[in-house]
Design a protein around this ligand. Structure first.
Ligand code: SF4
Length: 346
């Protein structure tokens, strides 16, 4: 199917909905929009529309979204991973993460697969199939919201794909999620995570969309980073740092370094030294994430003792850090574990 002919009412403004559905009364576009953001997924449930119109629309458009939930997996802590079947038979995964305070975060994907090839990430083994369109990103959120027990309060673009390689669709989806007359999610509750695509960081600074930025750093050693993350061969640590300094100047905002801790790889005293030097004069917090085990990847999770040692090195050097507890590991929904493989979702 041609991508331009894929039908979805998501990520559309009320006026676009009215146009797509050829509605005679434009205000009905707004009514439909409001039902969609409330989670209603068929015309039948849109009870303030005339019955004849609902029946007519339902006949013409039996589905309002382009994707379907193929499977849903829930773990003991109420984290939920959904595998969605897309219009072209691709599969994309998204995850609802539930924290101890009961806050719900939607972890969304921006691409089917990923071209970046980070060696510690399962998605990176898939290669890039294609970019997601804005409505396919919003639909992930809506499917997760329907599966959730409460209102989703945060969104992170940390699922499959590199968001800055598909920035227009990501920002269009964000604009839908942010609309105060719709989902009304504050920009401050939305995080874009990048592996370090410098042009994307520059572009985000230029467009002045005040979302949060997270950069997957993994190591502050150029040689090591190039071997773990091919993006570093094009945009090395110096150019990454320069871009972040510019970003900070323009945005005035603190950002996060994601630091995936890998046994015997990036948690020595020397690594802590390099990290502390890299963070100097940046308004940054380092988010330490123990590597999430993936049998097909040649890395191991560090032990608790190794993690304690590394954090003591960081503390001694005044690095501002937190340790992120990985959620969704048992359903392969944690950081770096998404692979969109059908056999894992049945
Ligand atoms: S970590 Fe992110 S950018 Fe790197 S391969 Fe995985 S999905 Fe792609």
């Amino acid at each position: 199917m041609d991508k331009d002919t894929v039908f979805s009412l998501y990520a559309k403004k009320p006026s676009q909905i009215a146009e797509i559905l050829s509605l005679e009364k434009p205000f009905q576009g707004k009514q439909i929009y409001q039902w969609l953001v409330r989670g209603v997924s068929d015309f039948d449930g849109m009870t303030n529309l005339p019955k004849s119109l609902r029946q007519d629309l339902a006949q013409k458009y039996p589905k309002l979204s382009s994707s379907d939930v193929i499977t849903a997996q829930t773990d003991d802590e109420n984290n939920i991973k959904l595998a969605l079947g897309l219009h072209d038979a691709s599969i994309v995964e998204c995850v609802l993460l539930s924290d101890r305070e009961g806050e719900l975060t939607a972890c969304l994907s921006s691409q089917v697969g990923c071209a970046m090839g980070c060696r510690f990430c399962r998605t990176g083994t898939l290669h890039l199939k294609r970019n997601l369109q804005d409505f396919e990103i919003v639909e992930q959120f809506m499917h997760l919201q329907r599966a959730a027990s409460d209102k989703i309060s945060h969104v992170v673009f940390m699922g499959m794909g590199e968001p800055f390689a598909n920035l227009d669709s990501v920002l269009s989806a964000i604009s839908f999620l942010h609309d105060p007359e719709g989902i009304n999610l504050s920009h401050r509750r939305i995080t874009i995570s990048t592996c370090g695509l410098v042009p994307g960081i520059n572009e985000l600074a230029k467009r002045r969309v005040p979302v949060k930025l997270a950069v997957s750093l993994v190591t502050a050693d150029d040689q090591k980073r190039s071997s773990l993350m091919p993006v570093n061969r094009s945009f090395g640590l110096k150019s990454l740092r320069d871009a972040l300094v510019r970003f900070q100047k323009v945005s005035g905002r603190r950002f996060t370094f994601e630091y995936c801790m890998i046994h015997d790889m990036n948690i020595s005293e020397d690594d802590a030294d390099k990290l502390s030097r890299f963070c100097r004069n940046l308004e940054v917090i380092v988010n330490l994430i123990p590597f999430n085990p993936c049998p097909e990847l040649p890395f191991e999770t560090p032990s608790d003792a190794e993690i304690r040692k590394f954090t003591s090195f960081l503390k001694a050097r005044g690095v501002d850090y937190t340790i992120r507890i990985s959620r969704g590991r048992s359903i392969k929904g944690a950081c770096g574990q998404l692979a969109g493989k059908l056999e894992e979702n049945v």
